[in-house]
Design a protein around this ligand. Sequence first.
Ligand code: GTP
Length: 319
Amino acid sequence: MQPLETLYIESTAKPTYERFDSLVNFAVQELPGQLDMFEPSYDSERIFAQVGSLIYVIDSQDEYLYALQNLQQIIEYAFKINPAINFEVLIHKVDGLSDDFRLDTQRDIMQRVTDELVDANLEGVNIAFHLTSIFDHSIYEAFSRIIQKLVPELPVLENLLDILCQHSGIEKAFLFDVNSKIYLATDSSPVDVETYQVCSDFIDVAVDLDLLYKPSYTQQQQQPQTQQTPESNNSPGLAAVTNGSGPSQTPEGPGLKCTSKLHNGMVLYLSQMIRGLALVGMIRSEGVQKMTLVDYNVEIFRQGLTRVYAEDPLHPHPA
Ligand SMILES: Nc1nc2c(ncn2[C@@H]2O[C@H](COP(=O)(O)OP(=O)(O)OP(=O)(O)O)[C@@H](O)[C@H]2O)c(=O)[nH]1
């Protein structure tokens, strides 16, 4: 959704629930701000017992002291029920604040929350703070970090990405969920926001180009079977993921691959993986001569991913 379209979203009157199926299957339940989750008729105990993360959104453009009191009550309550919950505080709408004021606001909120936790003798609470806005990539970045904490295989994925980068001259690599633009893993080098933005935008470019040149359904049906890659029986094409059609309704094509050279000599590389994921990376121009090697290693990486998730009963992989 484009940021300006959010102006027309109706107020959330009651809890909503939405499932996302990707490498990690997760559901998001939104509890409206006015909901009193401590009232007996609302089964918050059951909900908190099940969730991996509790995301609390603070409007940084508004007076936030009441929100912090409310957050404190929720943390005390939820932590007793489920000490493993990750509390994720989004200091949201920061686009309206100057750079200095953003940092002051973050410092103030973090200090107040930490002081309250110490006063309440709550030790060991997993809590993180994120400055977010829908007008830049910060909201995607924050959700990426939040979801990554829920991916049990994250160390394995990071290790695979590190090995891939080291042996292929890739500067930075992300494993993106194409639909949500959340990255589920990246190699262990630090994430630079600009690199993340460029890689994330490159998904749109690749998908748009793919849609533009994709043959129609009937044309694809007439294509020889030999053009299909082995994974294409299992994973939808990027275009299929983007337009929300299920794999059963959409013809499967060979995995999408796209490269683009930037003005600074770096090369953007995108390759479709399994289950609606894409590997997006930045390669130095010197590495471009080794593109065959990159392709070969990316294929090995894809096979590694397939093996890591082969045993997942929710997404069985054909032997
Ligand atoms: N400036 C700015 N506005 C935002 C941002 N995110 C959402 N909005 C706007 O904020 C409005 C909705 O915000 P709120 O009313 O605070 O959202 P909410 O409290 O979840 O709304 P309820 O569903 O009523 O609980 C919409 O008009 C959005 O366009 C942001 O990052 N920056």
